[in-house]
Design a protein around this ligand. Structure first.
Ligand SMILES: C[S@@+](CC[C@H](N)C(=O)[O-])C[C@H]1O[C@@H](n2cnc3c(N)ncnc32)[C@H](O)[C@@H]1O
Length: 384
């Protein structure tokens, strides 16, 4: 792929640092808004620096994995941070298509970063370096063939070409591998803030934060492999109840006032109790929240993403959504007022039930991510 000297094009970026244009993909190795600014912000400031500043003598070396060594600018950035903080850093950098020294030397990254030219040259020509507290190894393999060790790295610099050029690099499968090789509590940083990439990280089980981006980009992503030694899985079970309304079908929703969160719209349902299966849980929740029994028709959806509970961030929610049917006329009216078993009408304390037309009800209108995911899945099932 690389290696054709004539085809590699130099370009000056907005902070005056240089980058290269890939000859066949037509994309640049760095942001054209500032190559060095991007590297320092995304991989330095948000990636390695917090760990390097917290490092003290006697600690294990900080292990960094880079995906896509390219010109070596991120390696020089990591080396500078190790030198400035005294932290011990071991860096592996994947690069299936190494650039030749004569393709990169005119980028002038030695002067830019303050790292000696011979050191930068050695990184390229020998693919390895031991320099004070910094050690580096280039791995000339592509990510899915690199046999990355399990729970090994503290931080991943994810610097593949953009999803528009190489979409396969941002897939769930790749993110699964990234999470697998990170230690619990470790993180992956990337310049990319694109929605599909973010969803792939979420699906792989990362907790994903949108962070302020480098110059010219509003956001970047930091994906953390969560680590809660005391963490608990909280199973919640919800009902999707549809009725024929006018002019079309309607779905039952619950408006609730919740501690700390205020008013939210959600599906009726609640938490699984010890000894219950999910179906029994749903039927109990129907008696409690709707004041009447339901029949379960089918399983609609089980959450694919890991949701941190809005009430306790050491709890992870897994939601099960069933399609269910009221066995009787509703015991609540259009104001969400529930009729109790003696025929008296009593307002629910913190909850109002209501019917929403299915047509035009967007997943984003639900407060909880697990409800949004389930409603999107339900709409997709209905569209088939
Ligand atoms: C955006 S550039 C990286 C820039 C680089 N970090 C730097 O500082 O110059 C993307 C790099 O990913 C490499 N790459 C492409 N496919 C890859 C794969 N499957 N695994 C690892 N790296 C890959 C490319 O050859 C390219 O060098």
């Amino acid at each position: 792929m690389e290696g054709d000297l004539c085809a590699v094009e130099l370009r000056k970026t907005k902070d005056d640092s240089l980058t290269l244009k890939h000859p066949t993909l037509g994309v640049h190795y760095h942001s054209v808004h500032g190559a060095w600014s991007e590297t320092q912000h995304v991989f330095g400031q948000e990636g390695l620096r917090p760990l390097a500043e917290a490092w003290s003598e006697g600690d294990a070396p900080i292990r960094v994995l880079e995906v896509g060594m390219g010109t070596g600018l991120n390696v020089l950035c990591a080396l500078s941070i190790a030198s400035a903080t005294g932290a011990s850093v071991e860096m592996d950098s994947l690069e299936p298509h190494p650039l030749a020294w004569d393709e990169v030397e005119s980028l002038g990254y030695d002067a830019l970063t303050g790292v000696e030219r011979e050191v930068w040259q050695q990184i390229h020509e020998q693919g390895g370096l031991e320099f004070d507290s910094f050690s580096f190894r280039r791995v000339e393999k592509e990510l899915l063939h690199a046999d990355l060790p399990e729970r090994h790295y503290d931080v991943v610099f994810f610097d593949a070409f953009a999803p528009t050029a190489e979409p396969h690099m941002w897939s769930v499968g790749v993110m699964d591998v990234m999470r697998h090789c990170l230690k619990p509590g470790g993180w992956l940083v990337t310049y990319c803030a694109q929605g599909d990439a973010r969803r792939a990280m979420l699906s792989a089980g990362f907790a994903v934060e949108r962070r302020p981006g480098p110059p010219g980009k509003r956001e970047m992503l930091k994906a953390v492999r969560s680590h809660y030694p005391q963490g608990k899985i909280n199973v919640r079970v919800y009902m999707v109840v549809i009725r024929e309304g006018m002019p079309g079908p309607e779905v039952l929703v619950s408006y609730e006032r919740l501690p700390k969160l205020g008013g939210v719209m959600k599906f009726p349902g609640g938490g699984l109790e010890w000894g219950e299966g999910p179906a029994a849980c749903l039927r109990r929740e129907a008696l409690e929240e709707l004041g009447q029994p339901v029949a379960i028709d089918r399983l609609c959806h089980i959450s694919e993403q890991a949701y941190v509970s809005s009430f306790d961030d050491t709890h992870q929610v897994m939601a099960v959504h069933y399609a269910a049917r009221l066995l009787d006329e509703p015991r609540f009216d259009d104001d969400g007022v529930l009729e109790d078993v003696f025929g008296k009408r009593v307002p629910l304390m913190h909850q109002a039930l209501g019917w929403r037309p299915v047509e035009g009800l967007e997943p984003s209108e639900f407060f909880f991510g697990s409800d949004r995911e389930a409603w999107a899945a339900w709409l997709a099932q209905m569209a088939q």
